[in-house]
Design a protein around this ligand. Structure first.
Ligand code: PGA
Length: 317
């Protein structure tokens, strides 16, 4: 007589739901119910209720209050790791399903630093039009936030200027990112044909927030040239910097791609400073320890063809 195959799976179905676990992960990552609710587009009361039900389902406390936020208990830490593993397995299932369906359906998550928002949607346009069944989720944040997403494996691809060295990454330098010094269009320094960096240091310097790759590249460049140019003010976006420069609050170093090709009428101008533009590249990066989906591989190939970049593309693993 044929023996029946042994049952696989759990003896007891967990009472926790994936929805509750998703909220739990967001609260753990963002440090508060309010922030998690905002990120998940849910009411705060819904997230609180999900956490309460989850705590009852697992039967141990998951968070304890710290100041105005929450921190994980030891049980919570263990659950968080479990949830991340679960979600990674689920993502693999979705990827495999997408593979089976070719490029008909699926999701492609991409993280990009803020400086790339001026051109990346255009680059993604042809792929998105050709594969309408692939939902592209493009998250735009500063460098540190994109690195954190890469650490957590939240996206398949990330676009950034300064990839981190502590992660196993494939990298493809796909576009030049020249960094220039900008000034208000009517600034007296705009009369000069040539300027030295040392002639700028009396001017107020406006920088991006801590965690920005633009700021990091600027600091590295100043340090390499032994120039002390202390920031007067930090602003949280490229647009805020441009407005502040236009308003005469100071000078700044920004990606040329954050400015219009034609600067006339924009109220800002690029100063001819020796050593500038700082020549950097943007890279598309992806983790070596995770297989790329068919959608991600196809996008990389399309971009490579479209950009005609001769830089070798590490073979997608
Ligand atoms: P960020 O981008 O300043 O928005 O972090 C930097 C980059 O181009 O990598």
């Amino acid at each position: 007589m044929n023996e029946l195959p042994a049952p696989i799976g759990l003896d007891r179905v967990p009472r926790a739901t994936l929805i509750q676990l998703r909220s739990f992960e967001a609260v753990a990552r963002l440090g508060g119910v309010g922030r998690a609710a905002k990120a998940l587009h849910l009411a705060q009361s819904t997230v609180s209720m999900q956490l309460k039900e989850l705590t009852e389902a697992v039967g141990v406390p998951l968070f304890e209050p710290l100041g105005r936020g929450l921190i994980l208990t030891q049980h919570g830490e263990v659950l968080l790791q479990t949830v991340r593993d679960l979600f990674a397995v689920w993502q693999r299932f979705e990827d495999q399903t997408a593979e089976l369906q070719g490029l008909k359906r699926g999701r492609l998550r991409i993280a990009a630093v803020t400086t790339t928002e001026y051109f990346l949607p255009d680059l993604l346009g042809p792929f998105a039009r050709e594969h309408p069944g692939i939902d592209i989720e493009l998250t735009v944040q500063n460098r540190d936030a994109v690195v954190a997403r890469l650490e957590r494996g939240e996206d398949e691809l990330a676009a950034m200027m300064l990839p981190p060295t502590h992660l196993p990454l494939n990298r493809w330098p796909f576009l030049e990112n020249p960094l220039v010094v900008i000034a208000p269009a009517a600034h007296p320094l705009t009369q000069r044909k040539r300027l030295k960096l040392s002639q700028l240091v009396d001017q107020p310097l406006l920088v991006r927030e801590a965690g920005s790759g633009t700021r990091l590249a600027t600091e590295q460049f100043l340090a390499e040239h032994g120039v002390q140019w202390s920031p007067r003010m930090a602003l949280g976006s490229n647009e805020a910097i441009k407005h502040a420069v236009r308003a005469g609050l100071g000078l700044a170093v920004l990606s040329r791609h954050t400015l219009s090709a034609d600067l006339s009428g924009t109220g800002v101008t690029v100063l001819p400073v020796a050593g500038f533009p700082i020549r950097r590249m943007w890279h598309l990066v992806w983790r070596k320890d995770r297989p790329l989906s068919l959608a991600a591989r196809t996008l990389l190939q399309d971009l490579r063809r479209h950009l005609g970049v001769r830089t070798p593309l590490s073979s997608p693993s």
